[in-house]
Design a protein around this ligand. Sequence first.
Ligand SMILES: Cc1ncc(C[n+]2csc(CCOP(=O)(O)OP(=O)(O)O)c2C)c(N)n1
Ligand code: SF4
Ligand SMILES: [Mg+2]
Length: 294
Amino acid sequence: MAVALDEKEYFYGHKGCAGCGGSLAVRLALKTLGENTFVVVPAGCMSAVGFVYPQLCFGVNALISPFASTGAMLSGVAVAAKALGFDDVNVVGFAGDGGTADIGLQALSGAIDRDDNIIYICYDNEAYMNTGIQQSSLTPYGTKTTTSPAGEHIHGSQNVKKDMFDIIAAHKIKYAATASIGNIPDYIRKVEKASKVKGAAYIHVAAPCPTGWGIASSDTIAIAREAIECGLWYLAEYENDEYTLNKPVKNFSSIEMYLKKQARFKHLTDEDIQTITQLRDRKWEELERRINRG
Ligand SMILES: Cc1ncc(C[n+]2csc(CCOP(=O)(O)OP(=O)(O)O)c2C)c(N)n1
Ligand code: SF4
Ligand SMILES: [Mg+2]
């Protein structure tokens, strides 16, 4: 059944770049969760563009956390809401890939272990965008960033993207999902589902950044969709110790076409693209094995 979005806006007038995928992820999540929501946002683009005093762009209670502390502050807000007798509220965090997979990982892990009643949404634009496009542990292999330049011998990042969904599922969390702004109905269904969980829930949403990826601001959704179609992004859920692949891809579209549309991948050679294709195939074999597990 389609989820009804609140007609009111809760994230508007922000200073994000045109076509910003992260701000769309925040806006849609808040329209799904509604006004009884408390928000925590760490350092990163969403706090930089959302809290520009006196133009505060959240239409619900929202606060900025230190970079490493999103999980801890979410726990604090959830406990305070309970102590104050607010039973029917959502406590949601929006953190970037750097704020989640690198500096915020320990606080997030603790919040999941405590099973606090929180929703943690990682908007993944695959680099530290707010400070000038530096590599994070979620930057894909081959990506050119300011700290993983493309030179004659080394062609961008040599690290393989960390699989946050697996790391979170390994906590035996009540609910975790991957999502993408390239599939909005699927994303809002997952946000709605997360809001019903009594305990910790995690959503990892792919959110392209036109500025850091080198794409036109009108292509954000299309590129997010293409990432799913070529198999470099997958849509999945984890609950009750079971994995569901929401959109098993039968025939992948061209990885090369996806990569070559983005300035951050323009330097890649045929050999690099072959390596990326092998990484994709290995990941999908792993996913299929897990889904068929029983
Ligand atoms: C402890 C600490 N270290 C570094 C910074 C500087 N800093 C602010 S935002 C940011 C990048 C955030 O990247 P990410 O979490 O991926 O979010 P994005 O900017 O891409 O939205 C950094 C490094 C900081 N604010 N605090
Ligand atoms: S740099 Fe990227 S993530 Fe940051 S506001 Fe601009 S489009 Fe959004
Ligand atoms: Mg980022």
